[in-house]
Design a protein around this ligand. Structure first.
Ligand code: APR
Length: 310
């Protein structure tokens, strides 16, 4: 029997996730959106079914607004909510998106209490916190996508600066999904060569800043909405690692309970994702400067979470 992936929110990100999940034959896909947009997601799903002969995949794709249709899903990925417009911070979405995430969490809890849940909706660190509080799911069953995307951006910008294959750039970005995130140049390598030995400090600084502002750079360029290709891929890679028990180490917003000295917050940390969900968080020995940056991002996430009043 095929696995089943439920996508809550069938907008810009949801539709690309559906396409990627089908192309990678991760399983059958159900796209759920609000009743007013039920036909739109039915149409998107049908369009993807009709792409299958050229895409060479076997997957059943459907659209719905009825939670009963996601019953039996192995993975739930949530993108429902407002994206940013130019001039907005992710935090500006807080009150609108809390109102959307809470009922979704209640429905997911009722219908698919065992599913592995990946939250993409912004402000991400707060939305995953709210989702976890409302569902009361075990911590290994819930995570947020951000670190996977932030790390992908970091790796892309380094490859672009150096003119090398992105495949050879390895590194991670810790912390919250916002301008305080913590790229780690000291621990980044390019084909095994330390980044700090082949990139001058000024360029490193420039890439750190660009990574922190990457989402905003796209929002400005698009003019209406936020990034959708890269968040889609980042979340599908996480779902794939769970569904296939690949045990990839992917930086994602995981619930820290003492790791890095952080208590009770979802924050971007390297984690092993396998059939047990978030199976393990890896702690990196940070130097003084990195610890200070992490402390700053933790404060920023704490502030947003405190505004959730949950
Ligand atoms: N249930 C299901 N779907 C919903 C609900 C709900 N209660 N409320 C809104 N949606 C749907 C919208 O109808 C829309 O189709 O969520 C979808 C969001 O799609 P877009 O507006 O295209 O936004 P997108 O670019 O996909 O981003 C979604 O992810 O990265 C974050 O900041 C981004 O918060 C935003 C989210």
């Amino acid at each position: 029997m095929r696995k089943k992936i439920a996508l809550i929110g069938g907008g810009q990100i949801g539709q690309i996730q559906a396409m990627l999940a089908a192309q990678r034959e991760l399983g059958d896909v159900v796209i759920l959106d609000i009743p007013d947009l039920e036909n739109r997601v039915k149409g998107k799903a049908l369009d993807l079914m009709e792409m299958a002969p050229h895409g060479n995949y076997d997957a059943n794709l459907t659209g719905t607004s009825n939670y009963q249709d996601i019953a039996g899903a192995d993975v739930v990925i949530i993108t429902a909510g407002m994206p940013r417009k130019p001039g907005m911070s992710r935090e500006d979405l807080l009150s609108t998106n809390i109102g959307i995430i809470k009922p979704i969490a209640e429905n997911v809890k009722k219908v698919v209490p065992k599913a592995f849940c990946i939250i993409v909706t912004n402000p991400l660190d707060a939305m995953v916190y709210v989702f976890h509080k409302v569902t009361g799911f075990p911590k290994n069953q819930v995570c947020g996508m951000a670190g996977a995307l932030d790390t992908a951006r970091w790796r892309s910008f380094i490859a672009m600066e150096l003119g090398v294959s992105v495949e050879d750039v390895s590194g991670t970005v810790l912390g919250g999904h916002g301008p305080t995130m913590v790229p780690l140049p000291r621990l980044t390598t390019v084909g095994g060569v330390p980044l700090t030995e082949i990139m001058d400090p000024l360029t490193v600084k420039k890439v750190v800043t660009r990574t922190r502002e990457a989402g905003t750079e796209i929002v400005k360029l698009l003019g209406n909405g936020s990034a959708f290709f890269s968040p889609s891929w980042s979340s599908i890679v996480m779902a794939e690692s769970y569904l296939k028990d690949k045990k990839r180490i992917i930086t994602c917003a995981a619930l820290c309970e003492g790791e890095y000295g952080i208590h009770g917050l979802f924050i971007g940390v390297p984690a092993r994702i396998g059939s047990g969900g978030v199976e393990k968080i890896y702690e990196i020995k940070l130097n003084g400067e990195e610890k200070a940056s992490l402390a700053q991002t933790v404060e920023a996430v704490k502030k947003t979470v405190s505004e959730c009043q949950i």
